[in-house]
Design a protein around this ligand. Structure first.
Ligand SMILES: [Zn+2]
Length: 266
């Protein structure tokens, strides 16, 4: 009988500790400043401590995997075109995460420094470079129709990226919505020229594009949703992972591509 009451006592004490701990945790979580007020159209949003840390982590942890992912593409390359495309795409992937992480680290430590502004410009420029870099393997390794637009697209995406970067440097943070529209246009523009053609990986290319598009919603939600920018980062990671999966499996199969028709459905 005593043993039974002893057991019940122990159980009640554990429950009590559990409830207390939950209460303490909940109070601590409530004390954290999860989000600051939305910035006015001419100002930049000021992230909270938690948001800064989330921004650094959500891209920082992908630097090492992106290096490994690039090495895997280079290792699987069986010809010069594959190696070059892997190098360009991989470099864009690695630099995207590196520049973003550096910018968010510096922003966290030095809220108003010159280095922060320079890195912010680099971070935004990397978006254009990454879009062009993500299309590059598809435009280089696919057997695209020989009409003028489709075959010129692999160089045209870089021209668009260069124009986007020039615009972004000249009007940095001046017309924020227009800047976002430029990213979306740059991301969508080459798409119709590629999807006219039937090939393995088209579905993943579309899914990745849709994930990026959904992420843009969070890109514009600073001050409306806690850690909105970090959520945007996660959407970038998910979309990049879907595209990488398709590039690795369809453009860099483990067996050498002897015939380019292997890449197409037809
Ligand atoms: Zn960022």
């Amino acid at each position: 009988m005593n043993y039974y009451f002893g057991m019940q006592n122990n159980y009640s004490t554990t429950r009590l500790y559990e409830v207390l701990l939950r209460g303490v945790l909940w109070n601590e979580l409530k004390k954290i400043n999860w989000m600051n007020q939305r910035a006015s159209p001419k100002e930049a949003y000021r992230p909270t401590e938690v948001e800064h840390i989330a921004n650094v982590i959500t891209h920082g942890i992908w630097i090492a995997p992106s290096i490994w992912a690039t090495l895997e593409l280079l290792y699987r390359s069986h010809n010069g075109a594959q190696f070059f495309s892997g190098l360009v795409y991989g470099a864009a992937l690695i630099f995207l995460f590196c520049v973003s992480t550096c910018f968010h680290c510096v922003f966290y430590r030095h809220k108003h420094g010159h280095l922060k502004d320079v890195l912010h410009r680099c971070d935004r420029a990397m978006i254009y470079i990454f879009i062009a870099g993500s299309y590059f393997p598809w435009l280089t390794l696919q057997s695209l129709p020989s009409n003028c637009w489709a075959s010129s697209m692999k160089w045209l995406v870089w021209l668009l990226a260069a124009l986007g970067i020039v615009y972004q440097q000249v009007f940095h943070e001046k017309y924020k919505m227009l800047e976002t529209i430029c990213y979306v246009i740059m991301g969508i523009f080459p798409f119709p020229f590629i999807v006219q053609h039937d090939f393995h990986g088209k579905t993943e290319l579309k899914i990745g594009g849709m994930v990026y598009a959904l992420g843009v919603i969070f890109f514009k939600m600073d001050g409306s949703i806690p850690c909105a920018h970090a959520i945007w980062h996660l959407f970038v990671v998910m979309a990049a992972a879907v595209h990488y999966y398709a590039i690795l499996n369809y453009l860099y199969p483990e067996v050498p591509i002897l015939d380019s028709s292997y890449l197409t459905d037809s």
